[in-house]
Design a protein around this ligand. Structure first.
Ligand code: SF4
Ligand code: FES
Length: 365
């Protein structure tokens, strides 16, 4: 039986999608700026979306049968298309104003600690506030704060940065054998917690780091070791013994050192499908314990197409820096070239930063 297709117009672009598709997924098929930003929706996690309101759109015509516009803006990640529906995203002033308001609310309790946050450069809230937010806040009260919590030896929780998107809870529910954390309390007191400071030990729990849109959950094996835009993403794989793990990862390298291992993320900030067609979640062993190049079969540099600062450090089509030494020497052949490492305390060459089991300090460099 042939699939029923609905014709929907989003920002004046007409597209046909199967019945039951959400407005968000229809807009993603068009791509670019027509696709609303998302902070809580994650297509690989069942039941995600409907929490953050960043994906609000205006439905200016309900359907062919009932052309009345919807009175309020709707969450595009949770609203399905109707035949003949007309939707406005970036072409609607109402949407842009509402989205700026949502960003302001999301930032009410969020600290302005991007300069010391490990997520800086790949933070969706940073991008969202840059693209849709105002340049100042009207919030004059004290922000709510929490102490940092170690969720085991590999993951750190900065609850202060959390936007309560629920993605990490859904990962623990749907990917691991037992969920050990959740959202406790309500309203302003709502927080991600394990209740009595438990460790998160499950073998797939590392994926909560990848799905967290902000720097609330960070990888302790990478914390403060390097800025993400100084590292080079490389796609690699290995034969992982864990049958649930796809073994297909992204290595974040600097020189020959593997600083961090993550799942492969697509243009919507979600984990890509692996070559077996299933979502490319990876196990903790691949993520935290395989930090040597020899552990991996390197496939090649990652094609970074997201307009983030990471692509600024990417080496495809980059111009090589000018070699200054031959220019300075101007044809002279010195008898001796000083190795600065023998006389200087800086840039200690023997230290593998990724092998440190703690954040790197100035004394390590
Ligand atoms: S810790 Fe991160 S993933 Fe979990 S609810 Fe908070 S923002 Fe979302
Ligand atoms: S992405 Fe739709 S409400 Fe969060």
């Amino acid at each position: 039986m042939s699939e029923t297709l609905f014709k929907v117009t989003i920002d004046n672009i007409v597209i046909e999608v199967p019945a039951g598709t959400t407005i968000l997924n229809a807009a993603r098929k068009i791509g670019g700026e027509v696709a609303p930003p998302t902070m809580c929706y994650y297509s690989k996690l069942e039941g995600s979306g409907g929490k953050c309101r960043t994906c609000l759109v205006e439905v200016s015509k309900g359907s062919e049968k009932d052309p009345r516009p919807m009175p309020k803006l709707v969450a595009s990640c949770r609203t399905t298309v109707m035949d003949g529906m007309e939707v406005k995203n970036i072409t609607s002033e109402r949407v842009l104003t509402a989205r700026a308001g949502v960003v302001e609310f999301l930032l009410i309790n969020h600290p302005l600690d991007c300069p010391i946050c490990d997520q800086a450069g790949e933070c969706y809230l940073q991008d969202l506030s840059y693209e849709h937010g105002a340049d100042k806040s009207r919030f004059e009260f004290q922000k709510r704060t929490f102490k940092k919590v170690d969720l085991g030896d590999k993951i750190q929780l900065h609850m202060t940065r959390c936007i309560l998107c629920y993605r990490c809870v859904l990962v623990a529910n749907q990917l691991t054998n037992q969920r050990e954390h959740g959202i406790l309390d309500r309203g302003d007191h709502a927080q991600i917690a394990t209740y009595i400071q438990k460790n998160l030990q499950n073998d797939f729990i590392g994926n909560i780091i990848d799905v967290c849109p902000v720097g609330a959950l960070t990888d302790k094996t990478f914390r403060f070791k390097n800025r993400v835009w100084f590292t080079k993403p490389v796609d690699a794989h290995r034969d992982c013994n864990n049958p649930k793990c796809c073994g297909e990862v992204r290595l974040w390298m600097r020189g020959d050192e593997v600083y961090r291992v993550t799942g492969r993320i697509d243009e919507w900030g979600e984990v890509k499908d692996a070559s077996n067609g299933k979502p490319g979640w990876i196990c903790n062993e691949c993520r935290f314990d395989k930090k040597k190049v020899s552990d991996w079969v390197i496939e090649g540099p990652t094609n970074v197409n997201r307009h983030s600062v990471i692509s600024q450090g990417h080496y495809v089509n980059s111009v090589l820096p000018q070699e200054t030494l031959p220019e300075v020497l101007n044809g002279r052949q010195p008898k001796l070239l000083m190795d600065i490492h023998n006389v200087s305390e800086v840039n200690k060459p023997n230290i593998e930063l990724s092998a440190l089991d703690r954040p790197a300090h100035s004394t390590d460099f």
